[in-house]
Design a protein around this ligand. Structure first.
Ligand SMILES: [Zn+2]
Length: 316
């Protein structure tokens, strides 16, 4: 891989390989610290802006990357996405750097014990981009910003590496502008010319849309996609179904399994079966709640009744 790169851009040593060598010569404890920083520094690129804003990686120990997040919904989501997160980190590091990700409290001090041997992957750099980037001039204010960022690091050498990476980032930004990258109309972040919104703004827009879908379903639990669409024109059948099933799960967990009469239980049935209130009857309520019995709140002494004790034979 490194050989390939060299062939593609002769005479241009990759900056990360220069940093890597430099760091290596400073001794193994420094090297460990540096790679820890490297992961922290690239965290938004590894997991995306949104996740990065709501999490902070604390350290790596015995091939486990420890992450702090006070956002419990996001923690659940990440828990399910764990294999992808591990994969992304490892792809970024260019080798199997971690085996799992765990959530933790905030660490008092960073600790990267257990990082043994890590080598950076040669990132996919298009030929010439590196050279073009190097030519992008930075203003004194930008140079100063890079210095300031570097001076926040405890370790001087790491500080230098950080400043250097930040300078490269600024240059790349300028290069993108010169290559007709446009500012996202909403937040100003740079995006490719063919996009209409940046990734982050698209995600925010989607979050707002799903919230509107849930709002419609709270007002009209029986609403199906065509009805929801009248209120939220940009929604899709898939989004309506997803939001409905999330709401069914939440409401079911909050409804007692023996409850068949409360407004909550009826709302659950309307939501789950897309039934308007005038179509609710004892039979369809019983059947729907029986189907949801494993998702509902169950008292300690509850025993699941047999199907035909609940739903009488011969009825549909
Ligand atoms: Zn944006």
């Amino acid at each position: 891989m490194a050989g390939n790169l060299k062939a593609r851009s002769p005479g241009l040593e990759r900056p990360d390989s220069i940093i890597r060598k430099t760091i290596h010569h400073m001794g193994s404890s420094c090297e460990k610290k540096y790679y820890m920083h490297w992961v922290l520094w690239h965290w938004p690129e590894i997991v995306g802006e949104f996740v990065a804003r709501n999490t902070s990686p604390q350290g790596i120990r015995n091939k486990t990357l420890y992450i702090y997040s006070d956002n419990s919904a996001l923690r659940n989501e990440l828990q399910m996405m764990m294999p992808q997160v591990v994969q992304s980190v490892n792809n970024y590091a260019g080798q199997k750097m971690i085996e799992k990700v765990a959530f933790t409290k905030r660490w008092e001090k960073s600790d990267s014990e257990g990082i043994e041997e890590i080598r950076l992957a040669p990132a996919e750099v298009e030929e010439n981009i590196g050279r073009e980037r190097c030519k992008m001039p930075l203003s004194p204010a930008e140079m100063q910003a890079a210095e300031n960022l570097g001076s926040e690091a405890e370790d001087e050498e790491i500080g230098k590496a950080v400043s250097n990476l930040y300078r490269k980032h600024l240059q790349l930004q300028k290069l993108k502008i010169s290559k007709q990258y446009q500012k996202c109309p909403q937040c100003g972040r740079l995006m490719a010319p063919e996009e209409s919104l940046c990734d982050e703004c698209r995600r925010i827009k989607r979050d707002k849309m799903t919230a509107s879908v849930r709002q419609v379903l709270r007002d009209m639990p029986w609403a199906r996609y065509p009805e929801v669409k009248q209120y939220v024109p940009e929604c899709t059948p898939k989004i309506v179904n997803e939001q409905r099933s999330i709401m069914v799960q939440q409401l079911a967990a909050d409804t007692d399994v023996n409850d068949k009469t409360s407004m909550k239980a009826k709302t659950l049935v309307m939501l789950y079966r897309c039934l308007p209130p005038e179509q609710l009857n004892e039979d369809n309520i019983t059947r729907a709640l029986y189907a949801l019995r494993f998702d509902m709140h169950r008292p300690k002494d509850y025993k699941t009744p047999k199907r035909y004790d609940v739903i009488k034979l011969g009825r549909r």
